[in-house]
Ligand binder design. Structure first.
Ligand code: IMP
Length: 422
């Protein structure tokens, strides 16, 4: 963590890599923790002082005293869900008001955006993305088509602007033939959420962050989702709608590329994906079920089963390239403790063609594997690298050699103490 720089912590596969836990370990090193993309589709699970919290829109630095947390302009915010999340933290004794600043430029997710999300998914039939249903796609679409509402809009003539946008959404829903919905209760809560939001400093966060950088402050940009869900670089159209990559830190916080310091790429010792879309390493057998069960791979937001498979070097190499990853963080090594053989996907194959580069169309490719011996040792009680079994050390060395980036942190369990710095 360099003074006057923004370090990025990014999920580099399909999200759910365990960013929440790492941010929690990292935050004491930073002055500001900022979210730059996504919204309540994220679910960062943090266990703090024995209590479990799932953060959706609020940065994970909220648990560390004296840290400023920022929801940046690249984010989308649902006032009702934000209120519920913030009140849970307040009830647990965390004071938010002067520690959480929200960009006036972040876009608002309306209740009708969520209905549109469901309606558009239903219209796609078997081609649906399997979204989280939080209105992410419709909100970012509206941002791009320059018709959205921003957080700053709640400060002036809001009722009028809200009604006009809602009426437009209702018209679209009628055209889609999607009329069987009732948002009366939801809308009430949402309006309460808007009132609640007014209590927070709604500011120009880009100016605030750049000033802080000039003063030599350290900023951590906390990613959401993962590179393979990025709107440009993911497995389009089975992606989310924001820039989840390092470039998104610049646009989503308003900082120049020269301000970026370290880029931490976080991945699991295996792979998971929630929702539809290509996933060449997916295991449909007992091994996949065992990874899911041991790794508790069920969605933090939707509760859906996560699809599981071996680690994918094609995806990791691609993500390292587009993000400029300088350090890797490997999570959940302990989940593979009981497997006698560990497989690693080194290439994709389709119709006699083999590639190690991420193809344009990731549909229909088969994974090509190499095998390594498993460590068959309980890693969860280990506290230093010196205690790693040889096969686990070899697995990390193998990944480092092929990915050409050092693995500087290894996590071997959910607790903060089970995070080993190398
Ligand atoms: P959306 O972001 O709700 O539009 O969903 C688009 C795709 O991204 C779906 O496949 C979701 O399952 C996936 N997705 C969105 N947020 C997350 C996340 O935080 N972790 C993992 N997958 C996610």
């Amino acid at each position: 963590m360099t003074k006057g720089k923004v370090d990025a912590l990014l999920g580099i596969v399909f999200g759910d890599e365990g960013k929440g836990k790492v941010v929690d370990v990292f935050t004491p090193r930073y002055d500001i923790v900022a979210r730059f993309a996504g919204g309540p589709n994220a679910g960062h699970t943090i266990i703090f002082e024995g209590k479990k919290f799932v953060l959706r829109s609020i940065p994970s630095g909220i648990f560390s005293e004296g840290r400023l947390n920022i929801i940046g302009n690249g984010c989308v915010l649902a006032p009702d869900l934000f209120m519920a999340e913030a009140q849970e933290l307040e009830t647990a004794g965390y004071e938010l008001y002067d520690r959480l600043h929200i960009s006036r430029r972040a876009h608002l997710i309306l209740p009708t955006h969520r209905v549109l999300d469901r309606a558009l998914e239903a219209a796609k039939g078997k081609h649906r993305v399997g979204t989280t249903g939080k209105g992410i796609g419709p909100t970012y679409s509206e941002k791009a088509s320059r018709t959205g509402l921003r957080v700053g809009d709640i400060l002036e003539n809001f009722e009028e602007k809200y009604k006009a946008l809602k009426a437009r959404h209702e018209e679209t829903l009628r055209q889609l033939g999607y009329t069987d919905y009732d948002i009366t209760e939801e809308e009430k809560k949402w309006m309460e959420g808007v009132e609640y939001l007014r209590r927070f400093p709604l500011v120009d966060t880009e100016t605030e962050i750049n000033r802080a950088l000039k003063e030599g402050k350290r900023v951590l940009a906390e990613g959401a989702q993962g590179t393979m869900l990025d709107i440009d670089h993911g497995t389009y159209p089975f992606v989310s709608s924001s820039s989840t990559v390092c470039g998104g830190v610049c646009t989503g916080l308003g900082v120049p590329p020269s301000a970026i310091g370290e880029v931490f790429g976080i991945f699991k010792a295996y792979s998971t994906r929630v929702g539809a879309g290509p996933f060449p390493v997916e295991l449909f057998d007992e091994t996949g079920d065992r990874i899911r069960e041991i790794g508790h791979e069920y969605g933090a937001v939707t509760g859906r089963n996560r699809r599981c498979g071996w680690v994918d070097l094609v995806a990791l190499r691609y993500a390292i390239m587009v993000n400029g990853v300088t350090q890797l963080i490997m999570m959940k090594g302990d989940v593979l403790d009981t497997f006698p053989v560990i497989k690693v996907c080194v290439a994709y194959q389709k119709d006699g063609v083999t590639t190690t580069d991420m193809p344009f169309d990731t549909e229909g490719w088969q994974a090509v594997y190499e095998e390594l011996p498993g460590w068959k040792t309980d890693l969860t009680h280990l506290t230093s690298e010196a205690e790693f079994p040889k096969e686990f050390r070899d697995y990390i060395a193998y990944l480092e050699e092929r990915l050409e980036v050092p693995v500087t942190i290894v996590s071997v369990g959910p607790d903060r103490a089970q995070t080993i710095l190398r």
